[in-house]
Write a protein that binds this ligand. Sequence first.
Ligand code: COA
Length: 151
Amino acid sequence: MIENLSQEVIKDGRIMVIKHSSSIAFTPAFPFFLRQVAELIENGHGSAFTSWDDDTTGIIWGEIDDKIVAIFAYHTDQIKYKILNVSLTSVDKEHRGLGIHTILNSYFEMIAKRLGCTGTAATVHPNNTIRLKSAEKDGLKIAYHKLYKRL
Ligand SMILES: CC(C)(COP(=O)(O)OP(=O)(O)OC[C@H]1O[C@@H](n2cnc3c(N)ncnc32)[C@H](O)[C@@H]1OP(=O)(O)O)[C@@H](O)C(=O)NCCC(=O)NCCS
């Protein structure tokens, strides 16, 4: 079920409508999510496998003039530890730098609290410097370094 969360004015004065679904399946934001997953694989900032499960992945998205301009997907795999994980945040290229991610993150944190979570977490490729900056601005701090060796 799609929930209308709110609307916010972005930095250039336009109004963005914010919507949410607790399952990503059958949402209008699903193709946007898939396109961004593909782009991250192609630019080396993502892994080439299906990392999500539709049932445990929720999504928040922003619309301007009825067009989706940004998504914020999360997953509930660690909800028993009261942690809500970011799956993927993405703003379309023409709308970056307008504070849209920051707005969607505030609704993500609202949903995390609504689900009884006391923390949020994200996995970011070390070369994704812009997302690392935005994560820092969101207040996320490095908790672990995940190490990997290709065999
Ligand atoms: C990361 C992303 C979602 C940020 O969205 P955005 O709406 O442009 O971000 P905001 O305008 O809310 O900016 C938030 C903060 O991010 C940082 N930031 C955003 N764009 C930046 C840039 N080009 N260079 C450096 N820092 C940047 C800044 O700290 C900024 O805060 P400030 O405006 O007070 O300086 C967007 O760049 C994106 O979609 N990237 C491609 C997808 C991606 O890599 N997703 C993450 C996968 S793990």
